[in-house]
Design a protein around this ligand. Structure first.
Ligand code: GDP
Ligand code: IMO
Ligand code: MG
Length: 429
């Protein structure tokens, strides 16, 4: 198979950035197809650490990066990120980055609405990144969004802003938040236009040509299956589809072009933001995982909630996400723990389930059913071959494969790019 799609199999931050960067050496083009700068992907290459939110992780390898039409693009965030990574020595030019002309723009009013709504929800808040992702996708399906191509048409921008402000200012006023003024928004967009437009093109055409020339495409997912707006723990989800099928619609290729679907999962589990998390740990082990795994949000800086690996959840992600192989990351964080628990199902009001039911109350009430596995005393940190792993760590990986019904095709044993064990090359599948 020529192409590979990488998606998260839990609630995000599984190490997609590291895996995409590693796989990018085998690819020609890296494509983002959904989400926006709510994503935070950390790549460690020698002494350098790159933190990417909107830019495809392949840029670090000097590969062509494409931002597909399914992505919501905040032009201010985009330009700031380009400046930031340029200062780290990366080349980001219209030769190395292309942005779909039909991608949706995030404006300051989207972030303002996102934050005002979260504040109004109080205890019920979703814990969004506050970056306007949800409101921007709402505008897209409501057919009032401003797109990248509109930056080339000042009259279109002016018309669309009237429509947008009618909607948003009404809502913002109702929420007691500051409203926006058309002229200031228009002036700023016209100021940004000449910096953004050189990157814009119909990326579907480039991807079609690349495919016909036998180029390898790596689709880089953001967020994860359990944050998918359909398949995740709704309403505690993001506002896009994060499953691999979205790679096609979100970049303008057919479903057959997506190729091998690689799901990324941590050897334990984390979540930022609110919502159900059956295997969450509130004890010292949870704190230990958080400290060892440096579980702080790249975007929010918030401490991530930590818990045991939930095989029932990942099995579900494998099924709905179309995951054919799993990359298991952060195995090293479990080093030295005498005993490990793995969630294999749920108990809800006297009934047992092998999957997480869809109802909000059922999800909140789900108690994990655990299987206990023996830990290992040796170190997996930095291992680059199976031979370097303690026997019990291999057993843990094997048991996970059985439970989630997918083979582990890649293992990651530290944040560093090359501390990776390849079991099966997804591009050769
Ligand atoms: P993403 O959003 O899925 O790209 O993941 P993030 O970058 O937000 O979070 C993953 C964090 O774990 C980053 O800080 C990575 O550097 C780090 N990381 C990735 N793989 C490993 C690993 O195998 N072991 C350890 N200890 N850290 C890892
Ligand atoms: P990466 O790509 C983890 C979470 C937020 C919140 C919910 C909705 O780094 O894995 P949003 O701002 O998208 O409307 O917030 O989704 N969330 C993430 N959690 N990793 C991410 O991205 C996330 N992107 C959004 O915390 O719970
Ligand atoms: Mg992240």
């Amino acid at each position: 198979m020529a192409n590979v799609a990488v998606i998260g199999a839990q609630w995000g931050d599984e190490g997609k950035g590291k895996v995409v960067d590693w796989l990018a050496s085998r690819a020609d083009i890296v494509v983002r197809f959904q989400g926006g700068h709510n994503a935070g992907h950390t790549l460690v290459v020698g002494e350098q650490t790159y933190k990417l939110s909107l830019l495809p992780s392949g840029l670090v390898r000097g590969k062509l990066g494409v931002i597909g039409n399914g992505v919501v693009v905040d032009p201010e965030a985009l330009l700031a990120e380009i400046d930031r990574v340029r200062a780290q020595g990366l080349q980001v030019t219209p030769e190395t980055l292309r942005i779909a002309e039909n991608a949706i723009l995030i404006l300051p009013l989207h972030g303002a609405l996102d934050r005002a709504r979260e504040a109004a929800r109080g205890e019920q808040k979703i814990g969004t990144t506050g970056r306007g992702i949800g409101p921007a996708y709402e505008d897209k399906v409501a057919r009032r969004a401003i797109r990248v191509c509109d930056l080339a048409e000042p009259e279109t921008l002016a018309e669309k802003l009237d429509d947008l402000l009618l909607h948003h200012n009404t809502l913002l006023k109702g929420l007691g938040a500051d409203t926006f003024e058309k002229q200031a928004l228009l002036d700023r967009l016209l100021e940004l236009a000449p910096r953004v437009l050189p990157f814009a093109e119909p990326v579907w055409e480039r991807l079609d040509e690349a495919r016909r020339a036998g180029r390898r495409i790596l689709f880089e997912g953001a967020q994860a299956v359990m944050l998918d707006v359909d398949h995740g723990t709704y309403p505690y989800v993001t506002s896009s589809n994060t499953v691999a099928a979205t790679a096609a619609a979100g970049s303008g290729v057919g479903p057959a072009a997506v190729g091998f679907v690689l799901g990324i999962a941590k050897a334990y589990c984390t979540r930022v933001g609110a919502g159900p998390f059956p295997t969450e740990l509130h004890d010292g082990v949870g704190t230990l995982l958080g400290d060892r795994g440096h579980e702080f949000g790249t975007v929010t800086g918030r401490r991530r909630r930590c818990g045991w690996f939930d095989a029932a959840l990942v099995r579900q992600a494998v099924k709905v996400g179309g995951i054919q192989g799993l990359a298991l990351t952060k195995l090293d964080v479990l080093d030295g723990l005498a005993e490990l628990q793995v969630g294999v199902g749920y108990r809800i009001g006297g009934e047992t389930f092998r999957r997480l039911p869809a109802g909000m109350r059922a999800q909140a009430a789900a108690e994990p059913i655990y299987e206990t596995l023996e830990g290992w005393s040796g170190s997996t940190r930095g291992a680059r071959s199976w031979a370097d792993l303690p026997a019990q760590a291999i057993k843990y990986v094997r048991r996970i494969e059985e439970l989630v019904e997918a083979p582990v095709t890649l293992l990651s044993t530290s944040p560093e790019r090359d501390d990776t064990i390849l079991v099966r090359d997804p591009f050769e599948d």
